[in-house]
Design a protein around this ligand. Structure first.
Ligand SMILES: [Zn+2]
Length: 490
């Protein structure tokens, strides 16, 4: 008995030592993050031009007749005026109604081109909130600390940074080896839109037999993280390698209607309520996907030593992490297809029984779950087989872009050079981007915006007081100049 205890004790001690050794060597993977060359950039001009860019009300709406296309025309004229070297050296086309396509010819036409994406449009200001803004949303006010206004984070900051960087590279006399395309869509903010500007841009390239080497678009940012004793003074750089799908699905129960003084036990609205409850009670299955694994691994390796005794054993903790993630809405969206019933309608009057009761369920699908899977799921979990199901708007989830590609490495290396305390991790983008549309002509699609912004500030995107810190603008220019130089090389 004593001998057995000794053996078990020795085994535990050996495992502990093994774990301690494992935790000690469980460190970030090596990158070739050499210091970046001294860069000629004009942050002052960028600041002024971003402030001006915000003043064009390039607001997009699902109802295209509401769009003021003149604002887009004025915005195009402003770009022409502000970037004379781009005007002289790049071919520019407008793909109707207002999508911009620039081509910077490379010296080696046999190589696949690269593309930098941005959208010109912004979301409208919600009615009644206009006066809540500290500075008017289309004024582009620069108070020295922030540039305020709609589009300063999503994503005129990014579009103007790309233009500034190309102009600066032209000033340097740089000639890319690959063709460089700048592709600026005009209606990205209209979700799951049948007439999508980015799609038309992609079709234009495709009709010319062009396949892209890589695409970079909005997505992840540089998020400061500071957990004293665990993860001190780090920056989380999320590179979006996939995006979730989007579907609005209407469910309908039909009834006889009639006067509310003679109601049946359950009318159409009551049946609909049952169906909603069944849908909410049957959430999609969660799974610890490869992206979550990579993200946890990248963060786990950067933790301080005693904490790494735990994080180096992440595979053992996965069931626990998954369980916690599903319990909180913010975590659940990373591990499963989410279900949100958002709109409902019964009869048009209080004393009338509904003939038709309907609700809209908004699904955000994980890659691999299709629109048809969502319809099948509703059919399966709702007992009422007379339920009518109509797909209103839908966009399938994207594919995964590789994390071992040349482009992913270039983005990671530049970020690490810019800030050695960066944790580079692939992640799943919750919203949609224009980049998704380029899947037919590109395998390496990345969603990353090189702006150092706190999560608190990111919450202003699409909301009141959207603003970008002036202090983060320089990094964006340095990133894009380096990115274009490296990505456009053979
Ligand atoms: Zn956007």
């Amino acid at each position: 008995m004593k001998k057995t205890t000794k053996v078990i004790g020795a085994a535990i001690a050996a495992a502990a030592v093994g774990n301690a050794v494992h935790a000690a060597v469980y460190r970030p993977k090596k990158t070739q993050a050499a210091p970046l060359p001294e860069e000629k950039i004009n942050t002052e001009r960028y600041r002024k031009n971003l402030s001006k860019a915000v003043q064009f009300k390039t607001v997009s709406y699902r109802e295209t007749e509401r769009v003021d296309w003149k604002e887009f025309e004025k915005f195009h004229a402003f770009l022409d005026e502000s970037y004379p070297l781009i005007r002289e050296n790049l071919e520019k086309e407008i793909v109707p109604p207002a999508n911009l396509l620039y081509r910077w010819k490379g010296s080696k036409p046999e190589l696949k081109p690269i593309a930098l994406l941005a959208h010109q449009d912004v979301v409208p200001i919600s009615k009644g909130t206009e006066d809540d803004w500290t500075h008017a949303p289309f004024e582009g006010h620069d108070d020295g600390e922030f540039i305020w206004g709609r589009g300063t984070l999503d994503m005129k900051n990014h579009l103007i940074a790309v233009m500034e960087s190309v102009e600066a590279l032209l000033e340097d006399g740089f000639v890319p080896e690959r063709d460089v395309y700048l592709l600026f869509g005009d209606n990205e903010e209209v979700v799951a839109n049948a007439e999508n500007g980015a799609h038309d841009l992609m079709e234009t390239l495709k009709s010319r037999g062009i396949e892209l080497d890589s695409v970079i678009d909005e997505g992840g940012a540089i998020i400061p993280v500071n957990v004293p004793g665990v993860l001190p003074d780090k920056y989380l750089v999320g590179i979006g390698v996939a995006e979730k799908g989007y579907s609005d699905i209407e469910i309908v129960c039909n009834g006889k209607g009639g006067h509310s003084s003679q109601p049946p036990k359950h009318n159409a609205l009551g049946q609909l309520a049952c169906a909603i409850k069944e849908i909410e009670d049957h959430q999609f299955k969660s799974s610890f996907n490869q992206l979550m694994k990579d993200l946890m691994d990248a963060v786990g390796r950067e933790c301080t030593y005693p904490v790494r005794l735990i994080t180096c054993n992440m595979p053992l903790l996965r069931p626990l992490i998954l369980e916690v993630a599903k319990q909180i809405p913010f975590g659940a969206c990373f591990v499963r297809t989410t279900t949100a019933v958002t709109m409902a309608q019964g009869s048009p009057a209080a004393n009338v029984l509904p003939q038709r009761a309907s609700a809209v369920v908004n699904f955000r699908a994980m890659p691999g779950t299709t629109k048809q899977d969502l319809v099948d799921h509703i059919r399966k979990v709702v007992k009422n087989k007379d339920l009518e199901i109509n797909v209103l708007n839908s966009k399938e989830a994207s594919k995964f872009s590789p994390t071992d590609s040349r482009t992913f490495k270039i983005i990671g290396d530049i970020c690490k050079s810019l800030e050695p305390n960066s944790i580079i991790a692939p992640y799943l983008v919750m919203g949609g981007t224009d980049a998704y549309n380029y899947e037919p002509i590109c395998d390496n699609i990345y969603r990353y915006a090189p702006f150092r912004v706190s999560t608190e500030l990111l919450r202003c995107t699409h909301g009141t007081n959207e603003r970008v810190p002036v202090a983060c603008l320089e990094t964006a220019l340095v990133f894009f100049k380096n990115y274009i130089r490296r990505a456009s090389a053979e």
